[in-house]
Design a protein around this ligand. Structure first.
Ligand code: ADP
Ligand code: MG
Length: 603
């Protein structure tokens, strides 16, 4: 119920629209019943069945008659021919009104729906981007995408029509039921008792419907995820020839989906079939019982006909109302999934203080960190990043270098120990203002589908053309950018011009420099490059590093020789530290690695 109210909360900004739709549906619901109620007595009068003939229908009937003549007496003209014309006009008018209302409320409803779904998607995406990096490690990208697209649609499409049904159907049911009772309470009782079977049937069916639709939703999430993996990882898939395995996984996901879809429709199509049979059986019983009454003279023929029509008319709204809980169930399941992520509790606590420029140093003090709270990735890391100096981290792959960089920009918080920024624990700063102090260049750079200029200006969208050009020159990117078809206005990214790895890295450096960060972080910025572009990027880095605070991570030791301090990491621990010369002299791990690498170059 709480989930439902929360979904309903999305309607709040559009309450006036909702009220209009609501009113429209109440009107629509009544029109059908009113038509039914009016036509019968008029026909009765028209074809001369005298009102006096109805005897045992009692007080209700006479009340009905009185109300009727009060409201619709004008329909009955002196001559039958004129009455007929009145009736014809009345019916046409009523249906014109009905369709105008139906059209208008349908249109309002579409707007309401689309607006609400837009708000939901936007909220989910907004919240998703606010979640900590650790959340994205655990979740599959495909499932997250499914969340913003299909889950939101499911929750919406399952809950919104419900609002309409819940308004219109009860109005119809109440009015038609009143008509039925007014004609003959006895027959109404007969009809109701034969409907009990239908209700039982629907209850059982609902159980299976829920089960199969859950399986279907689950299978759909799985094949979306496989699809996403295949598309995002296409290079790996092709390089390792795993197309066939992926295809067969996709096939078995689809198979599961199809199986539950077929079962679902097997049950859901059976329901109306059996339901209609049972309903017709009820109708037949009414026909026999009512027919007897007509023969007895206790019921008028016209009344029996109207009763049967009304009984028939009441079935549709009853059926739609009965279908509601199953549908709502599906919507609630989807909504719960969506809200679970939107409210995901494990977010980093945000500080309140604004982060000032770096004056002295950043220090890691006895930092311990683990991704899964079990296997330690960093143990007792103590290091210092003094202002204006270059600090390098080296070590084998998997030793924890990138993790240190991630802790530094607060993608995660350490389990023990602290990170101090000019002596202040970094957790006291507002995340956004703290992260603004850093510029990061990672191993592989993602360019957004936008112009070169916009890609550089990521951290400072209002940067002037001059500023952008200045950092592009610093990053040795200006020359190649000018050779692109539209220079800085060239579209790049996967829908634009494809840039080489070296070019992308130089754009990344320009991007990192633009906001003039206090600290630059290079995480293996050149390791994905061939040696020629590596040299270019290396030159660019060398130049920007002068007088800047920087953390440089590299596995090619030639790139860190000039660093002020080098920390050597091994399985999450710092095992050596010092300048290049000092570390060589120690003849420890660094010296060994360096010897291996320079020999490799000589070979
Ligand atoms: N997102 C993650 N979730 C779980 N474990 C991770 C994650 N990222 C890295 N690790 C593990 O942490 C260790 C250190 O990784 P990393 O810091 O990337 O090393 P490096 O950058 O030195 O190659 C590795 O054992 C790696 O498997
Ligand atoms: Mg790394």
């Amino acid at each position: 119920m709480r989930t439902f109210l929360r979904v309903a909360g999305f309607l709040r900004p559009y309450w006036w629209l909702f009220l209009l739709t609501f009113a429209g549906n109440v009107l629509l619901g009544s029109i059908g019943a009113v038509t039914m109620a009016v036509i019968e007595p008029v026909l009765g009068t028209l074809f001369g069945t005298s009102t006096a003939a109805a005897t045992t229908t009692g007080a209700a009937a006479s009340l009905k008659e009185r109300v009727f003549s009060l409201l619709f007496g004008w329909l009955v003209a002196p001559s039958p021919a004129a009455t007929l014309v009145h009736l014809a006009w009345f019916i046409v008018g009523l249906f014109v009104a009905k369709n105008i209302i139906k059209y208008a409320s349908g249109q309002l409803n579409v707007r309401l729906s689309e607006w609400v779904i837009r708000d939901m998607r936007q909220l989910v995406f907004e919240r998703l981007l606010k979640l900590p990096v650790s959340f994205f490690n655990r979740s599959k990208a495909g499932e997250l995408i499914a969340l913003v697209t299909s889950e939101v649609t499911t929750m919406h499409s399952a809950l919104m029509p419900f609002v309409v049904t819940l308004v219109r159907a009860p109005v119809e049911i109440v009015l038609l039921l009143a008509l039925l009772i007014a004609i003959s309470p006895l027959l109404t009782l007969v009809a109701l008792s034969t409907s009990v079977g239908t209700l039982l049937l629907i209850r059982t069916a609902r159980h299976y419907l829920r089960r199969y639709s859950q399986r279907m939703q689950h299978a759909a999430a799985q094949y979306t995820s496989t699809l996403q993996e295949g598309v995002a990882g296409i290079r790996i898939v092709k390089a390792f020839g795993s197309e066939r395995r992926l295809v067969s996984r996709f096939a078995s996901d689809l198979e599961r989906y199809v199986r539950s879809a077929v079962k679902l429709s097997a049950v859901s199509d059976l329901v109306p079939a059996i339901g209609e049979t049972l309903a017709i059986a009820a109708l037949a019983v009414v026909l026999v019982v009512g027919g007897h009454q007509v023969f007895n003279g206790t019921l008028r023929g016209a009344d029996l006909m109207t009763f049967l029509f009304a009984l028939f008319a009441i079935m549709a709204p009853v059926a739609s109302l009965v279908g509601v809980p199953g549908q709502v169930q599906r919507g609630i399941v989807a909504a719960e999934r969506v809200f679970a992520i939107v409210d995901s509790a494990d977010r980093l606590s945000d500080g309140t203080a604004e982060c000032p420029p770096l004056v002295r140093h950043i220090r890691f003090e006895h930092v311990h960190f683990s991704y899964d709270e079990q296997r330690a990735v960093l143990e007792d890391i103590t290091l210092e990043l003094p202002r204006g100096k270059t600090v390098a981290l080296v070590g084998l792959s998997g030793s924890g270098k990138s993790t240190i960089a991630d802790l530094l920009v607060r993608f995660y918080d350490p389990q023990h120990g602290r990170i101090l920024y000019d002596g202040t624990d970094i957790r006291t700063f507002r995340l956004e203002s703290y992260r603004r102090r850093f510029g990061v260049v990672a191993q592989d750079t993602m360019l957004f589908n936008d112009t070169v200029a916009a890609n550089i200006a990521l951290a400072k969208p209002d940067a002037s053309a001059e500023e952008i050009e200045r950092v592009a020159r610093l990053a040795h990117a200006h020359e190649f950018i000018m050779q692109l078809p539209q220079g800085y206005d060239t579209l790049v990214g996967d829908r634009g011009v494809q840039l080489s790895g070296g070019q992308r890295q130089r754009i990344a450096i320009a991007r990192a420099l633009l906001a003039d960060p206090d600290v630059l972080i290079f995480d293996e910025a050149t390791s994905a490059l061939d040696s020629e572009s590596e040299l270019l990027v290396q030159q660019a880095i060398g130049e920007v590093l002068r007088d800047r605070t920087a953390l440089v991570i590299a596995h090619r030791l030639s790139t860190v020789r000039d660093a002020d301090v080098i920390y050597v990491l091994d399985r999450g621990r710092i095992i050596e530290q010092g300048t290049h010369a000092a570390l060589l002299a120690r003849e420890g791990m660094y010296a060994t690695l360096y010897a291996l690498q320079t020999e490799g170059v000589r070979l």
